[in-house]
Design a protein around this ligand. Structure first.
Ligand code: HSE
Length: 462
Protein backbone atom coordinates (compact mmCIF):
# COMPACT_ATOMS: atom_id res chain seq x y z
CA UNK A 1 0.00 0.00 0.00
CA UNK A 2 1.35 3.40 -0.91
CA UNK A 3 1.28 5.81 1.96
CA UNK A 4 1.23 9.53 2.43
CA UNK A 5 5.00 9.67 2.18
CA UNK A 6 4.74 9.28 -1.58
CA UNK A 7 7.48 7.86 -3.73
CA UNK A 8 10.69 6.60 -2.18
CA UNK A 9 13.62 8.86 -3.15
CA UNK A 10 16.06 7.30 -5.55
CA UNK A 11 19.43 6.63 -3.92
CA UNK A 12 22.51 6.29 -6.04
CA UNK A 13 25.97 4.95 -5.31
CA UNK A 14 27.63 2.51 -2.97
CA UNK A 15 25.27 3.07 -0.03
CA UNK A 16 22.16 2.67 -2.07
CA UNK A 17 21.21 -0.76 -0.72
CA UNK A 18 21.81 0.25 2.92
CA UNK A 19 19.70 3.37 2.49
CA UNK A 20 16.93 1.41 0.84
CA UNK A 21 17.00 -1.20 3.60
CA UNK A 22 15.80 1.37 6.12
CA UNK A 23 13.57 3.37 3.86
CA UNK A 24 10.25 4.27 5.44
CA UNK A 25 7.66 1.71 4.44
CA UNK A 26 4.92 4.29 4.91
CA UNK A 27 1.48 2.94 5.59
CA UNK A 28 -1.70 4.87 6.12
CA UNK A 29 -3.65 2.08 7.78
CA UNK A 30 -2.52 -0.50 10.32
CA UNK A 31 -4.86 -3.42 10.92
CA UNK A 32 -5.35 -4.75 14.44
CA UNK A 33 -6.89 -8.04 15.59
CA UNK A 34 -7.98 -8.55 19.17
CA UNK A 35 -7.83 -12.11 20.44
CA UNK A 36 -9.58 -12.43 23.80
CA UNK A 37 -12.53 -10.18 24.56
CA UNK A 38 -12.49 -9.93 28.34
CA UNK A 39 -12.28 -6.93 30.62
CA UNK A 40 -8.97 -5.62 29.28
CA UNK A 41 -10.06 -6.36 25.73
CA UNK A 42 -13.16 -4.24 26.30
CA UNK A 43 -10.90 -1.44 27.56
CA UNK A 44 -8.78 -1.72 24.44
CA UNK A 45 -11.84 -1.51 22.17
CA UNK A 46 -13.09 1.49 24.15
CA UNK A 47 -9.76 3.31 23.92
CA UNK A 48 -9.39 2.60 20.21
CA UNK A 49 -12.87 4.03 19.72
CA UNK A 50 -12.84 6.96 22.19
CA UNK A 51 -9.32 8.13 21.38
CA UNK A 52 -9.40 7.35 17.70
CA UNK A 53 -8.64 10.90 16.55
CA UNK A 54 -5.76 11.51 18.96
CA UNK A 55 -4.23 8.09 18.33
CA UNK A 56 -4.45 8.40 14.57
CA UNK A 57 -3.03 11.93 14.72
CA UNK A 58 -0.10 10.77 16.86
CA UNK A 59 0.53 7.81 14.63
CA UNK A 60 0.02 9.63 11.36
CA UNK A 61 -1.96 6.64 10.17
CA UNK A 62 -5.23 4.94 10.94
CA UNK A 63 -5.39 2.13 13.46
CA UNK A 64 -8.19 -0.09 12.27
CA UNK A 65 -9.76 -2.84 14.36
CA UNK A 66 -10.14 -5.63 11.83
CA UNK A 67 -11.75 -8.16 14.15
CA UNK A 68 -12.33 -9.46 17.67
CA UNK A 69 -12.03 -13.17 18.39
CA UNK A 70 -13.36 -14.99 21.42
CA UNK A 71 -14.89 -18.37 22.09
CA UNK A 72 -17.80 -16.72 23.91
CA UNK A 73 -19.37 -13.94 21.85
CA UNK A 74 -22.71 -13.95 23.66
CA UNK A 75 -21.70 -12.79 27.14
CA UNK A 76 -22.62 -9.18 27.92
CA UNK A 77 -19.53 -6.93 27.88
CA UNK A 78 -18.87 -3.35 28.92
CA UNK A 79 -18.55 -2.27 25.30
CA UNK A 80 -20.52 -3.05 22.21
CA UNK A 81 -18.84 -4.31 19.09
CA UNK A 82 -20.31 -4.44 15.63
CA UNK A 83 -21.31 -8.03 14.87
CA UNK A 84 -19.36 -7.82 11.62
CA UNK A 85 -16.13 -7.65 13.63
CA UNK A 86 -16.84 -10.60 15.89
CA UNK A 87 -15.59 -14.08 15.21
CA UNK A 88 -14.87 -17.30 17.00
CA UNK A 89 -12.46 -18.32 14.23
CA UNK A 90 -9.32 -17.04 15.83
CA UNK A 91 -6.82 -18.51 13.41
CA UNK A 92 -8.68 -17.12 10.43
CA UNK A 93 -8.66 -13.64 11.95
CA UNK A 94 -4.97 -13.84 12.85
CA UNK A 95 -4.08 -14.81 9.30
CA UNK A 96 -6.28 -12.15 7.68
CA UNK A 97 -4.03 -10.17 5.30
CA UNK A 98 -5.55 -6.94 6.63
CA UNK A 99 -4.16 -7.68 10.10
CA UNK A 100 -0.72 -6.30 10.94
CA UNK A 101 -0.82 -6.50 14.73
CA UNK A 102 -2.37 -9.23 16.89
CA UNK A 103 -3.31 -8.29 20.45
CA UNK A 104 -3.35 -11.43 22.57
CA UNK A 105 -5.50 -10.99 25.68
CA UNK A 106 -6.87 -14.49 26.08
CA UNK A 107 -4.48 -15.31 28.93
CA UNK A 108 -3.19 -18.74 29.95
CA UNK A 109 -0.63 -20.87 28.16
CA UNK A 110 -2.57 -22.78 25.50
CA UNK A 111 -3.99 -22.04 23.03
CA UNK A 112 -2.43 -18.58 23.53
CA UNK A 113 1.07 -19.88 22.72
CA UNK A 114 -0.08 -21.60 19.54
CA UNK A 115 -1.97 -18.53 18.31
CA UNK A 116 0.91 -16.18 19.09
CA UNK A 117 3.45 -18.38 17.28
CA UNK A 118 1.07 -18.77 14.35
CA UNK A 119 0.62 -15.01 14.14
CA UNK A 120 4.38 -14.48 14.19
CA UNK A 121 4.88 -17.13 11.51
CA UNK A 122 2.41 -15.19 9.36
CA UNK A 123 4.38 -11.97 9.80
CA UNK A 124 2.11 -10.30 12.36
CA UNK A 125 3.43 -8.25 15.24
CA UNK A 126 2.32 -9.22 18.73
CA UNK A 127 1.09 -7.20 21.68
CA UNK A 128 0.31 -9.23 24.78
CA UNK A 129 -0.43 -8.75 28.47
CA UNK A 130 0.13 -12.43 29.18
CA UNK A 131 2.85 -12.69 31.83
CA UNK A 132 2.27 -16.41 32.42
CA UNK A 133 2.79 -17.10 28.71
CA UNK A 134 5.98 -15.03 28.64
CA UNK A 135 7.30 -16.54 31.88
CA UNK A 136 6.85 -20.06 30.49
CA UNK A 137 7.39 -19.62 26.75
CA UNK A 138 8.94 -16.16 26.43
CA UNK A 139 12.23 -17.33 24.96
CA UNK A 140 10.52 -19.29 22.21
CA UNK A 141 8.12 -16.44 21.42
CA UNK A 142 10.66 -13.63 21.48
CA UNK A 143 13.14 -15.65 19.42
CA UNK A 144 10.43 -16.39 16.85
CA UNK A 145 9.46 -12.70 16.67
CA UNK A 146 13.08 -11.62 16.23
CA UNK A 147 13.74 -14.25 13.58
CA UNK A 148 10.61 -13.27 11.64
CA UNK A 149 11.41 -9.55 12.02
CA UNK A 150 8.07 -8.69 13.64
CA UNK A 151 7.41 -6.63 16.75
CA UNK A 152 6.55 -8.10 20.12
CA UNK A 153 5.54 -5.83 22.99
CA UNK A 154 4.27 -6.72 26.46
CA UNK A 155 4.08 -3.54 28.55
CA UNK A 156 0.77 -4.55 30.18
CA UNK A 157 2.23 -7.81 31.47
CA UNK A 158 3.87 -6.14 34.48
CA UNK A 159 2.41 -3.32 36.57
CA UNK A 160 -0.78 -2.87 34.50
CA UNK A 161 -0.69 0.72 33.30
CA UNK A 162 2.75 1.55 34.75
CA UNK A 163 5.26 1.85 31.90
CA UNK A 164 7.98 -0.20 33.60
CA UNK A 165 8.91 -2.47 30.69
CA UNK A 166 9.60 0.43 28.36
CA UNK A 167 11.43 2.25 31.15
CA UNK A 168 13.80 -0.63 31.78
CA UNK A 169 14.30 -1.35 28.09
CA UNK A 170 14.88 2.22 26.98
CA UNK A 171 14.97 4.98 29.60
CA UNK A 172 17.39 3.13 31.91
CA UNK A 173 19.48 1.58 29.15
CA UNK A 174 22.59 3.60 30.06
CA UNK A 175 22.75 2.36 33.63
CA UNK A 176 23.74 -0.91 35.26
CA UNK A 177 20.82 -2.10 37.35
CA UNK A 178 21.68 -3.87 40.59
CA UNK A 179 18.19 -4.46 41.95
CA UNK A 180 14.59 -4.43 40.81
CA UNK A 181 11.85 -5.03 43.32
CA UNK A 182 8.36 -4.00 44.20
CA UNK A 183 4.68 -4.65 44.58
CA UNK A 184 3.51 -6.24 41.35
CA UNK A 185 0.32 -7.99 42.41
CA UNK A 186 -2.60 -5.71 43.12
CA UNK A 187 -4.89 -8.37 44.58
CA UNK A 188 -2.47 -9.41 47.31
CA UNK A 189 -1.57 -5.79 48.00
CA UNK A 190 -5.24 -4.97 48.39
CA UNK A 191 -5.70 -7.86 50.81
CA UNK A 192 -2.61 -6.99 52.90
CA UNK A 193 -3.51 -3.27 52.99
CA UNK A 194 -7.05 -4.07 54.10
CA UNK A 195 -5.82 -6.52 56.74
CA UNK A 196 -3.47 -3.84 58.09
CA UNK A 197 -6.06 -1.07 58.09
CA UNK A 198 -8.97 -3.09 59.51
CA UNK A 199 -7.15 -5.62 61.69
CA UNK A 200 -8.97 -8.43 59.87
CA UNK A 201 -7.84 -11.91 58.91
CA UNK A 202 -6.61 -13.00 55.49
CA UNK A 203 -9.59 -15.35 55.02
CA UNK A 204 -12.18 -12.66 55.84
CA UNK A 205 -10.62 -10.04 53.61
CA UNK A 206 -10.18 -12.50 50.74
CA UNK A 207 -13.82 -13.61 50.98
CA UNK A 208 -15.02 -9.99 50.89
CA UNK A 209 -12.69 -9.15 48.00
CA UNK A 210 -14.07 -12.11 46.04
CA UNK A 211 -17.65 -11.01 46.73
CA UNK A 212 -16.81 -7.50 45.52
CA UNK A 213 -15.12 -8.85 42.37
CA UNK A 214 -11.72 -7.58 43.52
CA UNK A 215 -10.23 -11.07 43.73
CA UNK A 216 -10.68 -14.01 41.39
CA UNK A 217 -12.89 -16.95 42.39
CA UNK A 218 -9.68 -18.99 42.26
CA UNK A 219 -7.19 -16.57 43.82
CA UNK A 220 -4.23 -18.98 43.74
CA UNK A 221 -2.07 -17.13 41.21
CA UNK A 222 -2.47 -13.84 43.05
CA UNK A 223 -2.30 -14.82 46.72
CA UNK A 224 0.31 -17.56 46.36
CA UNK A 225 2.81 -15.27 44.67
CA UNK A 226 2.76 -17.08 41.32
CA UNK A 227 1.61 -14.07 39.31
CA UNK A 228 4.32 -11.94 40.95
CA UNK A 229 6.94 -14.59 40.15
CA UNK A 230 5.90 -14.57 36.48
CA UNK A 231 6.32 -10.81 36.43
CA UNK A 232 9.66 -10.97 38.23
CA UNK A 233 11.13 -13.25 35.53
CA UNK A 234 10.30 -10.55 32.97
CA UNK A 235 11.74 -7.73 35.07
CA UNK A 236 14.98 -9.71 35.51
CA UNK A 237 15.43 -10.10 31.76
CA UNK A 238 14.98 -6.40 31.18
CA UNK A 239 16.93 -5.14 34.18
CA UNK A 240 19.89 -7.53 34.18
CA UNK A 241 19.94 -8.87 30.62
CA UNK A 242 19.82 -12.49 31.80
CA UNK A 243 17.12 -15.06 32.24
CA UNK A 244 16.19 -16.98 35.37
CA UNK A 245 14.17 -20.18 35.32
CA UNK A 246 10.68 -19.65 36.71
CA UNK A 247 11.04 -22.59 39.06
CA UNK A 248 14.25 -21.09 40.44
CA UNK A 249 12.30 -18.10 41.80
CA UNK A 250 11.57 -18.77 45.47
CA UNK A 251 7.83 -18.08 45.74
CA UNK A 252 5.74 -17.66 48.89
CA UNK A 253 2.30 -16.11 49.08
CA UNK A 254 0.37 -14.25 51.75
CA UNK A 255 -1.95 -16.94 53.12
CA UNK A 256 0.07 -17.35 56.32
CA UNK A 257 0.25 -13.65 57.18
CA UNK A 258 -1.79 -13.14 60.33
CA UNK A 259 -3.56 -9.99 61.47
CA UNK A 260 -1.33 -10.07 64.57
CA UNK A 261 1.79 -9.93 62.34
CA UNK A 262 0.40 -6.75 60.82
CA UNK A 263 -0.05 -5.30 64.27
CA UNK A 264 3.43 -6.27 65.50
CA UNK A 265 4.95 -4.96 62.28
CA UNK A 266 3.28 -1.62 62.86
CA UNK A 267 4.51 -1.46 66.47
CA UNK A 268 8.04 -2.23 65.29
CA UNK A 269 7.85 0.49 62.62
CA UNK A 270 7.27 -1.73 59.57
CA UNK A 271 4.65 -2.64 56.99
CA UNK A 272 4.18 -6.09 55.46
CA UNK A 273 4.04 -6.22 51.67
CA UNK A 274 4.22 -9.03 49.15
CA UNK A 275 7.43 -8.07 47.37
CA UNK A 276 8.99 -9.46 44.24
CA UNK A 277 12.73 -8.93 44.67
CA UNK A 278 15.63 -9.46 42.28
CA UNK A 279 19.23 -8.49 42.92
CA UNK A 280 22.20 -8.90 40.63
CA UNK A 281 25.24 -10.11 42.56
CA UNK A 282 27.38 -10.52 39.44
CA UNK A 283 28.01 -14.23 39.92
CA UNK A 284 24.39 -15.02 40.81
CA UNK A 285 20.93 -13.49 40.82
CA UNK A 286 18.64 -13.35 43.81
CA UNK A 287 15.03 -13.78 42.69
CA UNK A 288 12.30 -14.25 45.25
CA UNK A 289 8.68 -13.42 46.02
CA UNK A 290 7.46 -13.41 49.61
CA UNK A 291 5.77 -11.32 52.28
CA UNK A 292 8.36 -8.81 53.42
CA UNK A 293 8.60 -6.33 56.26
CA UNK A 294 9.77 -2.95 55.04
CA UNK A 295 10.26 0.21 57.10
CA UNK A 296 7.04 2.17 57.44
CA UNK A 297 8.82 5.24 56.05
CA UNK A 298 9.85 3.47 52.82
CA UNK A 299 7.81 4.81 49.87
CA UNK A 300 6.76 1.23 49.04
CA UNK A 301 5.01 0.99 52.41
CA UNK A 302 2.61 3.73 51.29
CA UNK A 303 1.54 1.76 48.21
CA UNK A 304 -1.87 0.49 49.21
CA UNK A 305 -4.98 -1.05 47.73
CA UNK A 306 -4.64 -2.49 44.26
CA UNK A 307 -1.80 -0.14 43.34
CA UNK A 308 1.57 -1.42 42.17
CA UNK A 309 5.04 0.09 42.41
CA UNK A 310 8.34 -1.09 41.01
CA UNK A 311 11.68 0.21 42.27
CA UNK A 312 14.86 -0.03 40.27
CA UNK A 313 18.30 0.54 41.69
CA UNK A 314 20.98 1.52 39.21
CA UNK A 315 24.67 2.24 39.80
CA UNK A 316 24.41 5.70 38.28
CA UNK A 317 20.80 6.70 38.92
CA UNK A 318 20.39 5.18 42.36
CA UNK A 319 16.84 4.28 43.28
CA UNK A 320 13.88 5.23 41.13
CA UNK A 321 10.28 4.19 41.67
CA UNK A 322 7.40 3.70 39.24
CA UNK A 323 3.95 3.80 40.74
CA UNK A 324 0.40 3.50 39.48
CA UNK A 325 -2.61 1.32 38.75
CA UNK A 326 -1.36 -2.23 38.50
CA UNK A 327 -4.53 -3.72 37.11
CA UNK A 328 -8.00 -2.82 35.92
CA UNK A 329 -9.67 -2.35 32.59
CA UNK A 330 -8.63 1.13 31.46
CA UNK A 331 -5.17 1.39 33.09
CA UNK A 332 -4.11 -1.92 31.56
CA UNK A 333 -5.73 -1.05 28.25
CA UNK A 334 -3.60 2.11 28.00
CA UNK A 335 -0.46 -0.03 28.15
CA UNK A 336 -1.82 -2.41 25.50
CA UNK A 337 -2.85 0.35 23.12
CA UNK A 338 0.43 2.23 23.64
CA UNK A 339 2.23 -0.96 22.61
CA UNK A 340 0.04 -1.19 19.52
CA UNK A 341 0.92 2.41 18.67
CA UNK A 342 4.61 1.65 19.22
CA UNK A 343 4.54 -1.35 16.91
CA UNK A 344 2.40 0.52 14.38
CA UNK A 345 4.84 3.44 14.32
CA UNK A 346 7.66 1.05 13.49
CA UNK A 347 5.62 -0.61 10.79
CA UNK A 348 4.65 2.70 9.34
CA UNK A 349 8.07 4.33 9.47
CA UNK A 350 10.43 1.40 9.00
CA UNK A 351 8.40 -1.62 7.99
CA UNK A 352 10.12 -3.56 10.79
CA UNK A 353 10.63 -3.29 14.58
CA UNK A 354 13.01 -0.56 15.71
CA UNK A 355 14.01 -2.60 18.78
CA UNK A 356 14.24 -6.22 19.81
CA UNK A 357 11.48 -7.00 22.36
CA UNK A 358 13.94 -6.93 25.27
CA UNK A 359 16.11 -4.19 23.77
CA UNK A 360 18.89 -6.73 23.03
CA UNK A 361 18.94 -9.86 20.89
CA UNK A 362 17.51 -12.86 22.69
CA UNK A 363 20.41 -14.94 21.34
CA UNK A 364 22.74 -12.94 23.61
CA UNK A 365 20.76 -13.80 26.70
CA UNK A 366 22.24 -16.39 29.05
CA UNK A 367 20.50 -18.28 31.83
CA UNK A 368 21.77 -16.94 35.13
CA UNK A 369 22.50 -18.89 38.25
CA UNK A 370 19.96 -18.13 40.95
CA UNK A 371 21.23 -17.95 44.51
CA UNK A 372 19.43 -20.70 46.49
CA UNK A 373 17.07 -19.22 49.07
CA UNK A 374 19.00 -21.02 51.82
CA UNK A 375 22.05 -18.86 51.00
CA UNK A 376 20.18 -15.54 51.05
CA UNK A 377 21.00 -13.27 53.99
CA UNK A 378 18.14 -11.41 55.74
CA UNK A 379 17.01 -10.10 59.03
CA UNK A 380 13.91 -11.93 60.25
CA UNK A 381 10.77 -11.29 62.23
CA UNK A 382 9.75 -14.45 64.11
CA UNK A 383 6.50 -15.19 65.90
CA UNK A 384 6.41 -18.25 68.11
CA UNK A 385 3.49 -19.29 70.29
CA UNK A 386 4.62 -21.00 73.48
CA UNK A 387 3.36 -22.10 76.85
CA UNK A 388 4.05 -19.23 79.21
CA UNK A 389 6.45 -20.93 81.64
CA UNK A 390 9.83 -20.02 83.11
CA UNK A 391 12.78 -20.53 80.78
CA UNK A 392 10.85 -20.93 77.52
CA UNK A 393 12.24 -17.73 76.01
CA UNK A 394 15.74 -18.75 77.10
CA UNK A 395 15.42 -22.14 75.40
CA UNK A 396 14.23 -20.55 72.13
CA UNK A 397 17.11 -18.05 72.30
CA UNK A 398 19.53 -20.86 72.92
CA UNK A 399 18.34 -22.84 69.86
CA UNK A 400 18.73 -19.72 67.74
CA UNK A 401 22.17 -19.10 69.25
CA UNK A 402 23.30 -22.63 68.38
CA UNK A 403 22.78 -21.70 64.72
CA UNK A 404 24.70 -18.44 65.29
CA UNK A 405 21.52 -16.37 64.95
CA UNK A 406 21.78 -13.16 66.86
CA UNK A 407 18.64 -11.66 68.40
CA UNK A 408 18.07 -7.93 67.91
CA UNK A 409 14.93 -7.59 70.05
CA UNK A 410 12.15 -9.57 71.73
CA UNK A 411 8.56 -8.64 72.46
CA UNK A 412 6.64 -10.90 74.81
CA UNK A 413 2.97 -10.24 75.18
CA UNK A 414 0.84 -10.63 78.26
CA UNK A 415 -0.28 -14.15 79.13
CA UNK A 416 -3.24 -15.20 77.03
CA UNK A 417 -6.21 -17.07 78.47
CA UNK A 418 -4.96 -20.53 77.57
CA UNK A 419 -1.55 -19.82 79.05
CA UNK A 420 -0.02 -19.56 75.58
CA UNK A 421 1.83 -16.37 74.67
CA UNK A 422 3.09 -15.04 71.37
CA UNK A 423 6.81 -14.32 71.46
CA UNK A 424 8.01 -11.95 68.77
CA UNK A 425 11.71 -11.92 67.97
CA UNK A 426 13.64 -9.80 65.58
CA UNK A 427 16.96 -11.26 64.43
CA UNK A 428 20.07 -9.64 63.06
CA UNK A 429 21.09 -10.61 59.55
CA UNK A 430 21.34 -14.34 59.19
CA UNK A 431 21.64 -16.98 56.51
CA UNK A 432 18.22 -18.40 55.73
CA UNK A 433 19.40 -22.01 55.95
CA UNK A 434 20.57 -21.48 59.54
CA UNK A 435 17.33 -19.77 60.46
CA UNK A 436 15.22 -22.63 59.08
CA UNK A 437 17.32 -25.21 60.89
CA UNK A 438 16.85 -23.35 64.17
CA UNK A 439 13.12 -22.91 63.62
CA UNK A 440 12.68 -26.63 62.95
CA UNK A 441 14.14 -27.26 66.39
CA UNK A 442 12.05 -24.52 67.99
CA UNK A 443 8.91 -26.06 66.47
CA UNK A 444 9.74 -29.37 68.16
CA UNK A 445 9.99 -27.87 71.66
CA UNK A 446 7.25 -29.36 73.87
CA UNK A 447 6.16 -25.89 75.03
CA UNK A 448 5.80 -24.49 71.52
CA UNK A 449 2.34 -24.49 69.94
CA UNK A 450 1.79 -24.42 66.17
CA UNK A 451 4.27 -23.58 63.48
CA UNK A 452 6.64 -20.65 64.09
CA UNK A 453 6.14 -17.81 61.61
CA UNK A 454 9.14 -16.18 59.91
CA UNK A 455 8.92 -13.04 57.76
CA UNK A 456 12.00 -11.58 56.09
CA UNK A 457 12.83 -7.96 56.82
CA UNK A 458 14.30 -5.75 54.08
CA UNK A 459 15.63 -2.83 56.06
CA UNK A 460 16.85 -1.00 53.00
CA UNK A 461 15.33 -2.60 49.92
CA UNK A 462 17.50 -1.86 46.89
N1 HSE B 1 -4.02 -10.38 38.94
C1 HSE B 1 -3.14 -9.27 38.77
C2 HSE B 1 -3.04 -8.51 40.07
C3 HSE B 1 -3.64 -8.33 37.71
O1 HSE B 1 -3.80 -8.75 41.01
O2 HSE B 1 -2.18 -7.66 40.15
C4 HSE B 1 -2.79 -8.04 36.57
O3 HSE B 1 -1.57 -8.60 36.45
Amino acid sequence: MKGRGGAVPRVKGRNASAALAVRPARRDEIGVALVGWGTIGSGVIKLLEDRRREIDARLGARLRLVGVADIDLKRKREVEVSRALLTSRTQELIRDPKVDVVIELMGGLEPARTFVLDAIAHGKSIVTANKALLAHHGTEILAAAEARGVGCRFEASVGGGIPIIRTLREALAADRQTAVFGIVNGTSNYILSTMAAAGRSFAEVLADAQKAGLAEADPTYDVDGIDAAHKLTLLVQLAFGVRVALDAVHTEGIRDVDASDMEYARELGYAIKLLAIAKDHGNAIEARVHPTMIPAHDPLAAVSGAFNAVCVHGDALGRSMYYGQGAGMMPTATAVVADVIDVARDLRELGRPRLAPLGYPIARQRVAKVRPIGDVMSEFYLRVHAQDEPGVLGRIASLLGQQKISIASVVQRARSSGGVVPIVIRTHETRERDLRRALDRVAKMPSVRGKPVAIRIEENPG
